[in-house]
Design a binder for this molecule. Structure first.
Ligand code: DC
Length: 225
């Protein structure tokens, strides 16, 4: 039996940064499920499929084969055989991923891949539905949150540092809209699993959040939870 830690939460709560650190500390493989949805979304963006045409999205998604492998501990996502890691982190791809991930057919395909990975490997997997749907029997479930203000501020600082012009209010508005879409969709909406531990990262450093979650994992192993 493999060991699985599930981390769910809204966009920008710090899931991937935190999960990567925990993976190193606990010798787990980090599985970024958002990257799989983003790879599928990249295909749609490249095919110029409009964001509001769900029928077309569903049809075109059939053409996209997503694969995943690990090179030097880093997750590499393949789209029809091409390593697409460098193209996944744009706003356009993130927006399309949020829209496209509402589709049942897309989710079924990617969830199958995610479960297959977790069957044979000790993983820390992050996303929106890991604790509620993908790995309902995960050893530890964390629901990582932060206020929309703090998440917008983090994104604003990141873009400003890169020299990209941006507007704080627009960033926060987009975050709130994305939360709404992820939380209200019919298929596997984002929600805290009943047996998940909630961690609010708004006023904690990365190290504090990592230590807190590692402690939760250790306590859980000893049967304290
Ligand atoms: O975590 P992220 O921003 O890379 O995810 C991009 C989008 O993919 C997000 O808006 C919702 C979707 N997603 C999902 O529906 N289920 C997951 N397990 C992971 C991501």
């Amino acid at each position: 039996m493999s060991y699985c830690v599930a981390i769910d939460g809204p966009a920008g709560a710090g899931k991937s940064t935190i999960a990567k650190e925990i993976a190193k500390k606990m010798r787990l493989i980090y599985v970024d499920t958002g990257a799989m949805y983003r790879a599928m979304a990249l295909y749609l963006v490249r095919q110029n499929v409009p964001k509001d045409d769900l029928d077309k999205i569903s049809e075109v998604c059939e053409e996209a084969e997503i694969g995943i492998c690990y090179e030097n501990g880093e997750q590499v996502v393949y789209l029809n055989g091409e390593n697409v890691n460098p193209f996944l982190r744009t706003e356009e791809v993130g927006e399309m991923a949020s829209v496209m991930s509402t589709l049942k057919s897309v989710r079924e395909k990617l969830v199958r891949l995610q479960r297959r990975l977790a069957e044979t490997t000790d993983v820390i997997m992050d996303g929106r539905d890991i604790g509620t749907c993908v790995l309902p029997n995960a050893d530890v479930k964390i629901y990582l949150t932060a206020s929309s203000y703090v998440r917008a501020k983090r994104r604003f600082d990141e873009l400003t540092e890169k020299g990209e012009p941006c507007n704080f209010d627009e960033i926060e508005k987009a975050i709130i809209e994305r939360d709404h879409r992820d939380m209200t969709r019919a298929e596997s909406p984002l929600r805290k699993a009943e047996d998940a531990v909630e961690v609010d990262s708004s006023y904690l450093t990365i190290t504090q959040v990592v230590d807190k979650i590692v402690r939760i994992c250790e306590e859980k192993k000893k049967g304290f939870f």
